[in-house]
Design a protein around this ligand. Structure first.
Ligand code: HEC
Length: 102
């Protein structure tokens, strides 16, 4: 269901993509988002991104965050298999800026 917009590899080029989406394999993108950011977008939606909080249980959302991270790690340094740990520990202040133009 995610792939229809985000593409099977998370490149953001799925057939139903409503414009240009984030490339989940881009290390820059991975760095710019915390796990909490990703989880909250999946849960609450944003812009054209539908909210999935009603359809996906919290554990499922966590699993999706892990999946998004693995997509990124395919192109970045190999990550330890930590499903729960916060990768960097760096707090990421709201760097909310990149809302794509509608
Ligand atoms: C209807 C098309 C569509 C579907 C289906 C969809 N997305 Fe999205 N998604 C978007 C769009 C559009 C954005 C960009 C939202 C924005 O920033 O305005 C987005 C953004 C995101 C982001 C945040 C990107 C960022 O830059 O922070 C994540 C993470 C994400 N989607 C994950 C998912 C997951 C996981 C699923 C499946 C449960 C999913 N999406 C299904 C369209 C979709």
């Amino acid at each position: 269901m995610c792939a229809s917009c985000h593409g099977r590899e998370g490149l953001g080029n799925g057939p139903s993509a409503p414009g240009v989406l984030a490339n989940f394999q881009d290390p820059e993108w991975q760095r710019s988002r915390s796990d909490a950011d990703i989880a909250s977008v999946i849960r609450l939606g944003r812009g054209m991104m539908p909210a999935f909080g009603e359809q996906i249980v919290p554990a499922g959302i966590e699993a999706l965050v892990g999946h998004v991270r693995r997509l990124g790690n395919a192109n970045a340094e190999p990550a330890p298999t930590d499903a729960n740990a916060t990768p960097t520990g760096e707090p990421s202040p709201e760097e909310e800026s990149t809302t794509p133009t509608p």
